[in-house]
Design a protein around this ligand. Sequence first.
Ligand code: TXA
Ligand code: MG
Length: 335
Amino acid sequence: MLFLKITATNFQCDNLKIAAKAINDGKLVAFPTETVYGLGSDVFNSRAVSKIFEIKKRPLNDPLIVHIADKASVFDLSKEVSDKAVKLMKKFWPGPLTLVLKKSNIVSDIVTAGLDTVAIRMPENLIALSLIKLAKTPLAAPSANLFGRTSPTCAQHVVDDFSDKIDVIIDGGKCSVGVESTVLDMTEKIPVILRPGGITKEAIEKIIKFVKVNNENNYIIRSPGMMKKHYSPKAKLVLVEKKNGQIEEMKRLASDYIKKNKNVGIMTVVENERSFNNFNVKSIGEESNIRDCAINIFSVMRSFDTEKIDVIIAGAVEEQGIGIAIMDRLRKAAN
Ligand code: TXA
Ligand code: MG
């Protein structure tokens, strides 16, 4: 495994060329995006794409997102790009919005898990964009974690899950958004949010007025990858909803588990941290600055795993803006 460090100061370095060559040689490259790290391969190399599924232990019915570096590529990969889609691309690309569109013939079934649609996004992270440009091919890339586990928001998380199983890992520092992209199905008259993420529903509605949010039933059918259980730390995660007495309930649950000789971690926001002085507490950030909480959510779960915590007692956050994506991940982790 090759570990390549790329920073703002050595950005033009040969490391990116090495990584791009690896892509062209059919290898897998883990790379940073603004949301989470991706595990990428040349979208047109089906053998390489199938290696992604194998290494992640990901079921083959869970389609991958195609990452592009240039908006025009969407017209090669999709045969139906609506005006609404174009408006959204203009506003949010590059950025954490994935559009599900009717696929063109050049996209293979292994990438889309046999669906007639393809998920496409243009990431904002400069390393990701440069890698795609240098490789001169879009990259098929899921998050660079073992299937069902917490997504990686720094290079070390990728190493923790795969050690030397990946050909190249680019270390581009910590991800700036911290939760995955919003996945928006554009093939319906009224577009449907299949996964809440980095771009909020309100922001999308400012551009195209009407969007629906999937309900759990059509969730699985539309997007087979979006299982109810997902994003899980190794520890059991117990989620305590936001309400009067949330802190007391969290303390009570923590004490109960401690009595049963469990190693307990508390996951909360800065505002509540002091209430848990006697416990092993980690804060995800200030709730009043919810974007910060999104950045840290996965790394806090992972650091509890590193400490071999048995049970994480997590406090729900306000379900607004990117808080909706945070709560989606917490609910699935708790499931
Ligand atoms: O932010 C992100 O989206 C990150 C970074 C690396 O770009 N990627 C990511 O990929 O989260 P992944 O594979 O972990 O999640 C992609 C989700 C899956 O739940 C999958 O089911 C859904 O997108 N998806 C992919 N193609 C789809 C399609 N054609 N129709 C519906 N859902 C699709
Ligand atoms: Mg994932």
